[in-house]
Design a protein around this ligand. Structure first.
Ligand SMILES: O=C(O)C(=O)C[C@H](O)[C@H](O)COP(=O)(O)O
Length: 211
Protein backbone atom coordinates (compact mmCIF):
# COMPACT_ATOMS: atom_id res chain seq x y z
CA UNK A 1 0.00 0.00 0.00
CA UNK A 2 2.98 2.24 0.50
CA UNK A 3 3.56 2.03 -3.22
CA UNK A 4 -0.04 2.89 -4.02
CA UNK A 5 0.02 5.94 -1.78
CA UNK A 6 3.40 7.09 -3.04
CA UNK A 7 2.26 6.77 -6.65
CA UNK A 8 -0.99 8.67 -6.12
CA UNK A 9 0.79 11.38 -4.10
CA UNK A 10 3.29 11.73 -6.93
CA UNK A 11 0.44 12.22 -9.42
CA UNK A 12 -1.28 14.73 -7.15
CA UNK A 13 1.95 16.70 -6.87
CA UNK A 14 2.17 17.10 -10.65
CA UNK A 15 -0.80 19.46 -10.97
CA UNK A 16 -3.55 20.92 -8.79
CA UNK A 17 -6.30 19.77 -11.14
CA UNK A 18 -6.99 16.40 -12.77
CA UNK A 19 -9.15 16.94 -15.85
CA UNK A 20 -12.01 14.44 -15.98
CA UNK A 21 -12.51 13.50 -19.62
CA UNK A 22 -15.50 12.06 -21.48
CA UNK A 23 -14.22 11.36 -24.99
CA UNK A 24 -16.36 9.88 -27.72
CA UNK A 25 -13.93 9.74 -30.63
CA UNK A 26 -10.50 8.10 -30.49
CA UNK A 27 -9.31 10.65 -33.05
CA UNK A 28 -9.62 13.33 -30.37
CA UNK A 29 -7.43 11.51 -27.85
CA UNK A 30 -3.95 12.61 -28.91
CA UNK A 31 -4.65 16.30 -29.65
CA UNK A 32 -6.66 16.55 -26.44
CA UNK A 33 -3.94 15.00 -24.28
CA UNK A 34 -1.30 17.14 -25.99
CA UNK A 35 -3.29 20.32 -25.29
CA UNK A 36 -3.71 19.40 -21.62
CA UNK A 37 -0.03 18.51 -21.18
CA UNK A 38 0.99 21.77 -22.92
CA UNK A 39 -1.32 23.66 -20.60
CA UNK A 40 0.35 22.11 -17.55
CA UNK A 41 -2.11 19.36 -16.64
CA UNK A 42 -0.35 16.06 -17.32
CA UNK A 43 -2.53 13.81 -15.13
CA UNK A 44 -5.60 12.75 -17.09
CA UNK A 45 -8.65 10.81 -15.94
CA UNK A 46 -10.41 9.21 -18.89
CA UNK A 47 -13.86 8.08 -17.82
CA UNK A 48 -15.02 4.70 -19.05
CA UNK A 49 -18.33 6.25 -19.99
CA UNK A 50 -18.02 6.01 -23.74
CA UNK A 51 -17.44 3.05 -26.03
CA UNK A 52 -14.28 4.79 -27.24
CA UNK A 53 -12.75 5.21 -23.77
CA UNK A 54 -10.37 2.23 -23.82
CA UNK A 55 -9.04 3.23 -27.24
CA UNK A 56 -8.69 6.80 -25.97
CA UNK A 57 -6.61 5.60 -23.02
CA UNK A 58 -4.35 3.58 -25.33
CA UNK A 59 -3.87 6.54 -27.66
CA UNK A 60 -3.27 9.08 -24.88
CA UNK A 61 -0.70 6.77 -23.28
CA UNK A 62 1.55 7.46 -26.28
CA UNK A 63 1.62 11.21 -25.58
CA UNK A 64 4.89 12.34 -24.00
CA UNK A 65 4.44 13.56 -20.46
CA UNK A 66 0.85 12.39 -20.10
CA UNK A 67 -0.07 10.25 -17.08
CA UNK A 68 -3.23 8.52 -18.16
CA UNK A 69 -5.66 6.91 -15.77
CA UNK A 70 -9.07 5.33 -16.11
CA UNK A 71 -12.05 6.78 -14.27
CA UNK A 72 -15.51 5.37 -13.68
CA UNK A 73 -14.09 1.97 -12.75
CA UNK A 74 -17.23 0.23 -11.56
CA UNK A 75 -16.76 -3.46 -12.34
CA UNK A 76 -13.88 -5.92 -12.12
CA UNK A 77 -14.00 -6.19 -15.89
CA UNK A 78 -13.48 -2.40 -16.09
CA UNK A 79 -10.31 -2.74 -14.03
CA UNK A 80 -8.88 -5.46 -16.25
CA UNK A 81 -9.81 -3.63 -19.45
CA UNK A 82 -8.36 -0.33 -18.22
CA UNK A 83 -5.09 -1.96 -17.24
CA UNK A 84 -4.87 -3.78 -20.58
CA UNK A 85 -5.52 -0.52 -22.44
CA UNK A 86 -2.52 1.07 -20.73
CA UNK A 87 -4.05 3.01 -17.86
CA UNK A 88 -1.39 3.71 -15.23
CA UNK A 89 -3.84 4.43 -12.45
CA UNK A 90 -7.52 3.94 -11.71
CA UNK A 91 -10.24 6.08 -10.15
CA UNK A 92 -13.48 4.73 -8.70
CA UNK A 93 -16.63 6.66 -7.78
CA UNK A 94 -17.12 4.40 -4.75
CA UNK A 95 -15.15 1.56 -3.24
CA UNK A 96 -16.84 -1.82 -2.91
CA UNK A 97 -14.38 -4.35 -1.50
CA UNK A 98 -14.32 -6.55 -4.61
CA UNK A 99 -13.49 -3.59 -6.83
CA UNK A 100 -10.65 -2.44 -4.61
CA UNK A 101 -9.37 -6.03 -4.48
CA UNK A 102 -9.41 -6.18 -8.28
CA UNK A 103 -7.28 -3.04 -8.56
CA UNK A 104 -4.79 -4.35 -6.02
CA UNK A 105 -4.64 -7.72 -7.77
CA UNK A 106 -4.07 -5.99 -11.12
CA UNK A 107 -1.34 -3.81 -9.64
CA UNK A 108 -3.23 -0.73 -10.77
CA UNK A 109 -2.54 2.23 -8.46
CA UNK A 110 -5.90 3.42 -7.22
CA UNK A 111 -7.52 6.68 -6.21
CA UNK A 112 -10.55 5.14 -4.51
CA UNK A 113 -13.81 7.01 -4.13
CA UNK A 114 -15.37 7.80 -0.76
CA UNK A 115 -18.16 10.14 0.31
CA UNK A 116 -18.58 9.45 4.03
CA UNK A 117 -16.50 9.00 7.18
CA UNK A 118 -17.20 5.26 7.23
CA UNK A 119 -16.11 4.82 3.62
CA UNK A 120 -13.00 6.88 4.22
CA UNK A 121 -12.15 4.92 7.38
CA UNK A 122 -12.69 1.59 5.63
CA UNK A 123 -10.22 2.60 2.93
CA UNK A 124 -7.77 3.97 5.49
CA UNK A 125 -7.87 0.64 7.31
CA UNK A 126 -6.83 -0.99 4.03
CA UNK A 127 -3.88 1.37 3.75
CA UNK A 128 -5.20 4.02 1.36
CA UNK A 129 -4.21 7.55 2.35
CA UNK A 130 -5.37 9.57 -0.65
CA UNK A 131 -9.03 9.28 -1.60
CA UNK A 132 -11.31 10.75 -4.23
CA UNK A 133 -14.05 12.67 -2.40
CA UNK A 134 -17.04 12.07 -4.67
CA UNK A 135 -19.48 13.57 -5.44
CA UNK A 136 -17.76 16.50 -3.76
CA UNK A 137 -20.47 19.17 -3.87
CA UNK A 138 -23.31 16.69 -3.41
CA UNK A 139 -21.62 15.11 -0.38
CA UNK A 140 -21.25 18.40 1.44
CA UNK A 141 -18.27 19.98 -0.27
CA UNK A 142 -15.82 22.06 1.68
CA UNK A 143 -17.74 21.77 4.96
CA UNK A 144 -17.63 17.98 4.85
CA UNK A 145 -13.93 17.90 3.98
CA UNK A 146 -13.17 20.24 6.87
CA UNK A 147 -15.23 18.02 9.13
CA UNK A 148 -13.44 14.85 8.04
CA UNK A 149 -10.08 16.54 8.61
CA UNK A 150 -10.64 16.68 12.38
CA UNK A 151 -10.92 12.98 13.22
CA UNK A 152 -9.11 11.69 10.11
CA UNK A 153 -5.98 13.85 9.82
CA UNK A 154 -4.04 11.09 8.06
CA UNK A 155 -6.22 11.22 4.97
CA UNK A 156 -5.92 13.47 1.94
CA UNK A 157 -8.58 14.00 -0.69
CA UNK A 158 -9.06 14.78 -4.35
CA UNK A 159 -12.56 16.30 -4.42
CA UNK A 160 -14.37 15.69 -7.70
CA UNK A 161 -17.94 16.33 -8.79
CA UNK A 162 -19.14 19.91 -8.79
CA UNK A 163 -15.68 21.48 -8.59
CA UNK A 164 -15.64 24.61 -10.76
CA UNK A 165 -13.19 27.39 -11.64
CA UNK A 166 -15.07 29.44 -9.02
CA UNK A 167 -14.78 27.07 -6.06
CA UNK A 168 -11.56 25.20 -6.94
CA UNK A 169 -9.40 27.71 -5.04
CA UNK A 170 -11.35 27.17 -1.82
CA UNK A 171 -11.09 23.38 -2.12
CA UNK A 172 -7.36 23.55 -2.83
CA UNK A 173 -6.83 25.81 0.19
CA UNK A 174 -7.93 23.00 2.55
CA UNK A 175 -5.05 21.26 4.30
CA UNK A 176 -6.48 17.80 3.52
CA UNK A 177 -6.93 18.44 -0.22
CA UNK A 178 -3.99 17.51 -2.45
CA UNK A 179 -5.64 18.17 -5.82
CA UNK A 180 -9.12 18.29 -7.35
CA UNK A 181 -10.82 16.75 -10.37
CA UNK A 182 -13.15 18.44 -12.78
CA UNK A 183 -14.64 18.32 -16.23
CA UNK A 184 -14.65 22.06 -16.94
CA UNK A 185 -11.18 22.12 -18.49
CA UNK A 186 -12.19 19.93 -21.39
CA UNK A 187 -15.97 19.70 -21.61
CA UNK A 188 -17.46 17.52 -24.34
CA UNK A 189 -18.56 20.42 -26.51
CA UNK A 190 -15.03 21.82 -26.75
CA UNK A 191 -13.57 18.36 -27.38
CA UNK A 192 -16.10 17.59 -30.12
CA UNK A 193 -15.39 20.94 -31.76
CA UNK A 194 -11.62 20.36 -31.59
CA UNK A 195 -11.05 23.56 -29.64
CA UNK A 196 -7.56 22.54 -28.49
CA UNK A 197 -6.33 26.10 -27.97
CA UNK A 198 -9.27 26.90 -25.70
CA UNK A 199 -8.70 23.68 -23.75
CA UNK A 200 -4.99 24.48 -23.41
CA UNK A 201 -5.89 27.93 -22.10
CA UNK A 202 -8.31 26.46 -19.56
CA UNK A 203 -5.63 23.99 -18.51
CA UNK A 204 -3.13 26.80 -18.07
CA UNK A 205 -5.50 28.65 -15.73
CA UNK A 206 -6.22 25.48 -13.76
CA UNK A 207 -2.52 24.59 -13.52
CA UNK A 208 -1.82 28.01 -12.03
CA UNK A 209 -4.32 27.60 -9.17
CA UNK A 210 -2.56 27.98 -5.83
CA UNK A 211 -2.59 25.20 -3.24
O1 LIG B 1 -17.29 9.17 -13.94
C1 LIG B 1 -16.62 9.27 -12.93
O2 LIG B 1 -16.06 8.32 -12.38
C2 LIG B 1 -16.38 10.55 -12.37
O3 LIG B 1 -15.28 10.80 -11.96
C3 LIG B 1 -17.44 11.51 -12.35
C4 LIG B 1 -16.80 12.84 -12.36
O4 LIG B 1 -16.16 13.01 -11.15
C5 LIG B 1 -17.71 13.91 -12.54
O5 LIG B 1 -18.53 13.71 -13.63
C6 LIG B 1 -16.97 15.18 -12.74
O6 LIG B 1 -17.77 16.09 -12.24
P1 LIG B 1 -17.94 17.54 -12.83
O7 LIG B 1 -16.57 18.16 -12.84
O8 LIG B 1 -18.87 18.16 -11.89
O9 LIG B 1 -18.49 17.37 -14.21
Amino acid sequence: MKNNTAYIRELAALAPIIPVLVVEDVAHAVPLAEALVRGGLPVLEVTLRTPAALGVIAAMATVAGARVGAGTLVTIADVEAAKAAGATFGVTPGSPVALVDACLAAGLPLLPGAATATEAMTLQARGFEVLKFFPAEGAGGIKTLKGLGGPLPGLSFCPTGGVTPENARDYLALSNVVCAGGSWIAPSNLVKAGKWDEIEERARHAAALPR
